[in-house]
Design a protein around this ligand. Sequence first.
Ligand SMILES: Cc1ncc(COP(=O)(O)O)c(C=O)c1O
Length: 412
Amino acid sequence: MSHSPATASGKSPWTLARRAARMNPSVIREILKVTEKPGIISFAGGLPSPKTFPVTEFAAACTHVLRDDAHAALQYASSEGYAPLREMVARSLPWDVNPDLVLITTGSQQGLDLLAKVLIDADSRVLVETPTYLGALQAFTPMEPAIVSVDSDDQGLQIADLQAKCAAGSAPRFLYVLPNFQNPTGRTMGEARRQALVQSAAALGLPIVEDNPYGDLWFDQPPPLPLTARNPVGCIYLGSFSKVLAPGLRLGFLVAPAAVYPKLLQAKQAADLHSPGFNQRMIVDVMKHGFLDRHVPTIRALYKSQRDAMLAALAREMPHTDEADPDNRVTWNTPEGGMFLWLRLPRGMDAVALLPKAVDKGVAFVPGVPFFADQPDPRCLRLSFVTASVADIDRGIATLATAVRESLPVPA
Ligand SMILES: Cc1ncc(COP(=O)(O)O)c(C=O)c1O
């Protein structure tokens, strides 16, 4: 079949919006394509372990929903979400949450997109940690904000720099922050920093968007109370079922103050009318009778054993360069939960340049650069410890260490 040209000149008739120019392919997805070679041990993905998906429970839930509630489950539904799920979410959170202020979203990623539409104008200032979740940068960027990176350490963002950045321009629309087992660094904000942050934000009149998809995946002790619990009117809270049940259902939620909720709901109506009612009912069916209380500890135990394996392998395999000079060593943190570990290469090395060499040898990771809104640290990289087996963690880290050793500016 032949098609006539769209225009007489043969040129494309489509003019893209200005915001489309700011949309970039996810760097991580591009990287993952390189790493999808057979036989590669990948620490690159951000995926939960499929071993944790409760398949049997989902099969039973699917049968129950179709048997007991098929017509409603397959019909259009309210944009706010399925009421029993909103109530379950409200009850599960450690502060007094009104279910009317819970919005069920199509993954917490949609929550970020809705927030961007409702809260960001062109040139609005938005504050983020250094580094931060790439998917949030992708959601915010099309709205043409000025994204401002706040200096951060192993406890998260530094309050003095937050105050300085707030004072250095127009009032930021919000601060986006991940206090628990952050993606990409795996770090956790301690109690003192949380208190200081909530106090400073209140004094500055700075709203907080708190993203918490990993908070339940702690290894030894639960993280401190969420920021939102300390100031519900000044915070919007995002949660997800992706890491405790399964990401394929695409369900998450947000809790917003009454001043913002109606606009987020309208943005949600425009985006997709509602999140799938069938999936929402499946989740309610699976979660009834305290299933998560039994299931989540099994995920914690699995991920903790994999984290321990990775820490042991790193200590065993990574080159010991200059013990006296910390800047000339491979360093990494010890995440207290979640899925990721953050590694820093010795002075003079570059994680983007290391990646193809590592992939050639059979191991993949994500360079840290795309997670920085500003001034990337080229020496950093993210390692996921949850999808590879312990045997593959051992082999993969040994291979990565060989690639590092061969790329050292001064061979160890
Ligand atoms: C920090 C953070 N926020 C949000 C999301 C999106 O999760 P979902 O849309 O699956 O709920 C992710 C996914 O990896 C994430 O790491």
